[in-house]
Structures are given as C-alpha cells and as structure tokens.
Design a protein around this ligand. Sequence first.
Ligand code: NI
Length: 133
Amino acid sequence: MKLHHVGYLTKNLQDTRREFALLGFWVEQEAAFDPLRKLDIAFLRNGAYRVELVEPKGEASPLFPLLKKYKNTPYHLCYETDSLGEEIRRMEQGGYRVIQEPLDAPCIQGGTVAFLIHPDMGIVELLGREGRL
Ligand code: NI
C-alpha cells in the first residue's frame, strides 16, 4: 500500500506548523475541525512527504489521553487502499485488531478511515478513498 501521511500529534497546531515550515513543509490543507473526533487537523507537504497535524481539542477528544502521555510526536502512519474492507480483513488475519471501524474523514474529501493496532507494530491507519486531498 502507498503511504499517505504521517500523523503527528500536537499540543498546538499553529505552533507546530511554524516549526515544520522551518523544515520546508508548506500547508496543503488549512486546519479544519473534525467534530467526530474533536480534533483540529491540517495537512502539510514537503515534496512527496505529507504530515497530518492533529490537535485534540480538550478532554472530550478520544486522543486527549495520548496527547497527555506523548506531547508532540508522530503517532501513526496512514496507508491508502482502493479496497478498505478487503484490506481490513487481510490485516485482521495477520493479527491486527480494529480499534476504529471505518468512518468518514471530514478533513479528507471523499475519504473513509479505519484504525488498526498490532502488538509488533502499533497503530496503523487505512484510508479508503474515492476523493482526493
Ligand atoms: Ni491520519
């Protein structure tokens, strides 16, 4: 599968974005609020590389505990697939467990995302898509 982005957890999206700018990243998609997960999300690019900045908005966000533990850090890789359901089944057979069933990703037009976890790997995000970022 093709790598789509690195998910990067941040305490403050704008502050972290400024630091990424010094490393050559430009804003591909401005920050937008994801009401399902209570997060602000922005996408940055540097050549072929894409970083998703994720700022949990308060304790109601399911990612708040992770932020408290890790502060600013990369925390998942996201892979693109044309057949999300099939890929999830294949990965489950390989020992992955689904931690978030496929849901619309409001910040990726036409995209549906699922999260899986594996004891030897950690968190993996899968993006099934019709739309394009
Ligand atoms: Ni992501």
